[in-house]
Design a protein around this ligand. Sequence first.
Ligand code: PMP
Length: 374
Amino acid sequence: MIYLDNAATTKMFEKGAEIYKEYACHSFFNPSANYSQAIAIAKELDSARGVLFNKLGASKGQMIFTSGATESNNLAIMGGRRNGKWEYVFSMGEHPSVYNAGKELERQGFIVHFVGLQPNGQIDYRQLESVVNEKTRLISVMHVSNETGAINDLTLVDKIRKQHCPKALLHIDGVQAFCKLDFSVDDFSADFYTISAHKFHGPKGVGALYVRNINDIKPIVFGGGQEGGYRSGTENVGGIMAMKYAVESIDICKNFEKVCKLKEIMTAILSQNNVISIINDGNFSPYILSVSFAGVNGETLMRKLQDNGVVVGMGSACSAKKSGNRILESMGKVKEEIKSHIRISFNEFLSENEVENAGKIILQTYQELWEKVK
Ligand code: PMP
């Protein structure tokens, strides 16, 4: 099998799994307890915080461990909410864990703006500029789209914020960017930045939220006061330590170069058929390739590919079961393109040969399906 759905999840590092086992079976102490073994674990968690912090290039702030990006996003948005006449701004491209939190704020009576996307998948900066104002409490824009790989210009988003609503908080869902792109959260003065371990060879069910000023959030889960009171519940120690290992092991720039080459190979193969439309007009992550195969149904193609040994995605696994596609629609894609869309996503361990083979299989499988429907 050639696995090309790495934006949905990645294979965990073997060594990370060993580390997890060590903390599950041997160093299993509760980091909130008072004896020395437990205190040592709490210190190790703090060292993991430091590692994440450094990788994010943050000059100040805190790192709160969570159960993954869905929780981190909810903590930033629902925990960052304030009562009163505040307004909230989201892009139409956001993952459901952000978009639906925005919808919930709307149900709670807040004014919420959903800003559309440009045809290249980035947020419409002009529209953003037109909706923000001195009542804006929070702007939430993802770093890299999990659907298309489009990279938002966060420096520009920050500039718009500073110009029109300097008091507004900026939340970035960085799930598809962290450990993949070389950046610092200080580049765009992010107040919150969301991380999920299973997108970079860490375990599922663990992540973090970077918070610049802790006074900007309130907890949304109440209990024993772990994570400084901002996220109660015993920490997933093994998961956090395996995530720390993944962060330390990843060489962002080296992987970036390698994955660029893989995407190039796939793009060149698929471009041989001129009715295949590849979304690549703009600034995109090399890890994600979004493609529409004219005339065939994306889901049918995905299943045939699976039979032929190539696993691809159909966009966000969390929304794959829903009909329609809010993100591609917002980019102005027509129904036909949306129906025939698949997402191919890479990791740094794939060989050029594997990607070349997968590309040929995708092309051939499409051509066979096309022959049947035309
Ligand atoms: N945001 C983005 C951009 C994602 O791609 C995902 C995973 N599909 C999530 C949030 C949710 O992550 P998690 O599985 O850690 O809750």
